[in-house]
Design a protein around this ligand. Structure first.
Ligand SMILES: C[S@@+](CC[C@H](N)C(=O)[O-])C[C@H]1O[C@@H](n2cnc3c(N)ncnc32)[C@H](O)[C@@H]1O
Length: 423
C-alpha cells in the first residue's frame, strides 16, 4: 500500500485534499497510527483501517485541523446579531431562530453565536444552535465548555469577563450558554447528511471548504444550499468567499462578514457586486467585541524574507487598525482612504495591501483584489491569507492550475513555519 492510497481514502471519506495541509502531515499521521496500533507495515495498517470503524475515526482525528477561537472574524457574528435582532424575534412570536455551525470544532464558533445574539438582546430561549463536526475529540472538548488561552485571541477580550468563569482548569462557560448548543458528530459528505431537517436561518460553514478540492467544495455547497432557508444567511471563511459567488450565491452585503444568500433570495434591485456602502450600523460599544485580527493567521510566524528590491516600509499599525475598523463597519471608501494615507506616509506594507485586496473583494472588484493580493505577496511571500484568497480567486475563474501552485506555496510556507517553531 502506497501513501497515496491513504490520501485517497481520506479524500473519499472526509473530503480532505492532502495538498491543502501537506502530504507529509498525512504521511506522518499514518505512520503514527501504524505504530500506535502495533502494525508492522503500511499493508497491515491498510487492512486494519479498512476493517475497523474505530481505526478510521482515529486516522481522521489524526489529520483534522481543529484550529478555532472565540469571535474569529468577529464581523460575521456582528452581522448575525444585527440581522437577527430582537425585532426579528418580536415579529415572529411563534418561531425559533435555527442556527447551524458546521464544522464547529471545539465549540468556540457556536458558543460565540449565542453570546453575540444574547448581547444584542435576542431572547436566548428562542435560539437553537446545532453544532456538528467529524471529530469526536473536538466535540468532547466542546461539550465541556472549558477553554484555555489559545481560544481567546486578539486584544478585545471583555466578553470573557462577561460570560466565563475563571477556574483552575480554564475559563468555564455557564450552563445557560452551553445549553443553547446541541453538539452532534457528523460528516458533511455522508450521503443523506441531515435528511429531512428543518431549514436553518443561518449556517456558519467557515474554514472547511479550504481543505477540499473543487469537486468536494461543490458537493458541500449543495448540501449547505439544501439546508439553508430561502432568505437565510450562509457564512464562510474569508478565503472561501469568492467560491460562493461563483456558485449562485450573492453577497448579503455585510462588509467583512463573508455572508451570502441564495441568489434567488436576493431582494429586487440589489446587484450582486454592490458599490461599497455602509449597510451595517456600528454596534454600541460594549456589545459584540471585535478582537483585532489575530496575527497568527495574518502572517506566518516565520516569514520568508521580502525580495531584495521590495520596499519594506515602517508600518503604522494604528492607522491600519483604524482602516480595518472602518472596513468592518462597512465604511469601505473611508477604509480605502485610510489605507491610501498610510501608503503616502509609509509606503506599501503587506498588511495594507492585503486589506485593500479584501476591500476590493467585498466591493466586487475581483481584478483589483487579485493585484493587491499579489502585491502583498511580493512583500510577504508567505502571507497565508493572501495566498489562499488569491488561490480561490484563480480557481473560481477556472484557473485550477494557478490555484494549485498557490496552495502548494502556502503549504511550503506552513512547513517552513512549523520547522522554525520546532527549532
Ligand atoms: C479549522 S476548523 C474550523 C472551525 C470553525 N468553523 C472555525 O472557522 O473556527 C475545521 C474543522 O472541520 C472539521 N471537519 C473536517 N472535515 C469534516 C467533514 N467532512 N465533516 C464535518 N467536519 C469536518 C474538523 O474536524 C475541524 O474541526
Amino acid at each position: 500500500m502506497k501513501p497515496g492510497g491513504f490520501q485517497q481514502w481520506l479524500k473519499d471519506t472526509m473530503g480532505l485534499d492532502a495538498s491543502t495541509i501537506g502530504p507529509t502531515i498525512v504521511e506522518r499521521a499514518v505512520q503514527r497510527r501504524m505504530a500506535e496500533s502495533g502494525r508492522a507495515d503500511l499493508s497491515q495498517y491498510w487492512s486494519l483501517l479498512r476493517g475497523s470503524a474505530l481505526e478510521q475515526q482515529e486516522l481522521i482525528e489524526a489529520v483534522v485541523v481543529p484550529e478555532t477561537w472565540f469571535f474569529r472574524d468577529a464581523q460575521a457574528f456582528q452581522a448575525l446579531a444585527r440581522h437577527y435582532d430582537p425585532s426579528w424575534a418580536a415579529a415572529r412570536p411563534n418561531e425559533r431562530l435555527r442556527l447551524l455551525s458546521l464544522p464547529c470544532s471545539t465549540g468556540e464558533e457556536p458558543y460565540t453565536m449565542v453570546m453575540a445574539l444574547q448581547e444584542a438582546g435576542f431572547p436566548r430561549e428562542r435560539m437553537d444552535v446545532e453544532a456538528i463536526d467529524i471529530s469526536e475529540r473536538a466535540l468532547h472538548k466542546a461539550r465541556q465548555g472549558r477553554y484555555g488561552s489559545n481560544s481567546f485571541r486578539g486584544r478585545e477580550l471583555d466578553y470573557r469577563e462577561r460570560h466565563f468563569e475563571a477556574t483552575d482548569e480554564g475559563w468555564q462557560l455557564p450552563n445557560s450558554i452551553r445549553s443553547r448548543v446541541n453538539f452532534t458528530q457528523g460528516n458533511v459528505l455522508d450521503i443523506g447528511f441531515l435528511p429531512g431537517e428543518s431549514l436553518y436561518d443561518a449556517i456558519f460553514c467557515r474554514n472547511l471548504l479550504i481543505y477540499f478540492d473543487a469537486q468536494t467544495q461543490l458537493r458541500t455547497v449543495e448540501v449547505l444550499r439544501r439546508l439553508l432557508r430561502p432568505q437565510g444567511l450562509l457564512f464562510v471563511g474569508p478565503s472561501e468567499a469568492s467560491l460562493l459567488l461563483s456558485l449562485n450565491f450573492v453577497s448579503a452585503q455585510f462588509p467583512m462578514a463573508f455572508a451570502f444568500r441564495k441568489a434567488a433570495a436576493q431582494p429586487a434591485g440589489v446587484v450582486d457586486t454592490p458599490a461599497p456602502r455602509s449597510v451595517v450600523a456600528p454596534l454600541p460599544t460594549g456589545r459584540v467585541a471585535s478582537p483585532a485580527r489575530p496575527v497568527a493567521t495574518r502572517s506566518a510566524p516565520v516569514r520568508a524574507p521580502a525580495p531584495a528590491s521590495a520596499v519594506v516600509a515602517p508600518v503604522d499599525e494604528s492607522l491600519l487598525d483604524q482602516a480595518q475598523r472602518l472596513a468592518d463597519n462597512g465604511r469601505l471608501s473611508e477604509a480605502l482612504a485610510a489605507c491610501q494615507s498610510h501608503q503616502r506616509a509609509h509606503g506599501p506594507s503587506s498588511r495594507m495591501l492585503y486589506l485593500i485586496g479584501l476591500i476590493d473583494s467585498a466591493s466586487g472588484r475581483e481584478r483589483e483584489a487579485e493585484q493587491h493580493f499579489r502585491k502583498a505577496l511580493y512583500l510577504e511571500p508567505c502571507h497565508e491569507e493572501a495566498l489562499m484568497h488569491l488561490a480561490l480567486l484563480l480557481e473560481t475563474r477556472g484557473d485550477a492550475a494557478g490555484g494549485r501552485v498557490l496552495r502548494s506555496r502556502a503549504e511550503r510556507c506552513r512547513g517552513d513555519a512549523a520547522q522554525g517553531r520546532s527549532r
